[in-house]
Design a protein around this ligand. Sequence first.
Ligand SMILES: Nc1ncnc2c1ncn2[C@@H]1O[C@H](COP(=O)(O)OP(=O)(O)OP(=O)(O)O)[C@@H](O)[C@H]1O
Ligand SMILES: [Mg+2]
Length: 166
Amino acid sequence: MADTLETTTDSERATEALAAAWASVARPGSVLLLQGILGAGKTVFARGFVRGMGQPGLVVTSPTFTLMNPYPDGRLPVYHFDLYRLGDSGELSAIGAEEFLDGAGVALVEWPQRGGDLLPPDHLLIDMDPVPEHPRRRRLRMTAMGPRSREMLDAFRRTMGATSRG
Ligand SMILES: Nc1ncnc2c1ncn2[C@@H]1O[C@H](COP(=O)(O)OP(=O)(O)OP(=O)(O)O)[C@@H](O)[C@H]1O
Ligand SMILES: [Mg+2]
């Protein structure tokens, strides 16, 4: 069965709703890597995910000056990383990232390319791309990179009517 799902959203709200659906199927230890250019909607996704985990009303901004913001009070704890300003992956070790990446909570990682080998190979990769000539449209490609993330993808597929591909 295909391990990639592709869909588009036409608003910030729709991206948040999609992220909330992922929150409903996430498990302890799930890792979601959010890839895409500046302004693609990675932080919007993270906000919808955190709210979907049951922390409504909470404002999630991009953690510009911190590498990681924790949201411990939902169904599962969520650790929101933004590695844009990461110097090298040693810095990620220094904050004890491994513990957050394989524990009781769920990790969301913006700019994962900068994390190098420290990020687990079994993750859900979410590629977000703006669609030319549609200012509010984003294409999202969601790929399971290992058995655990594939289970999550299958659960997501059961809850959503997203188009499968790949
Ligand atoms: N369909 C959509 N989904 C998500 N965001 C959208 C959508 N349409 C428009 N937007 C707008 O795009 C912007 C996305 O900003 P966001 O901070 O989430 O980007 P980002 O990918 O986190 O960027 P950065 O790399 O700078 O952290 C917001 O201003 C949001 O309102
Ligand atoms: Mg961001």
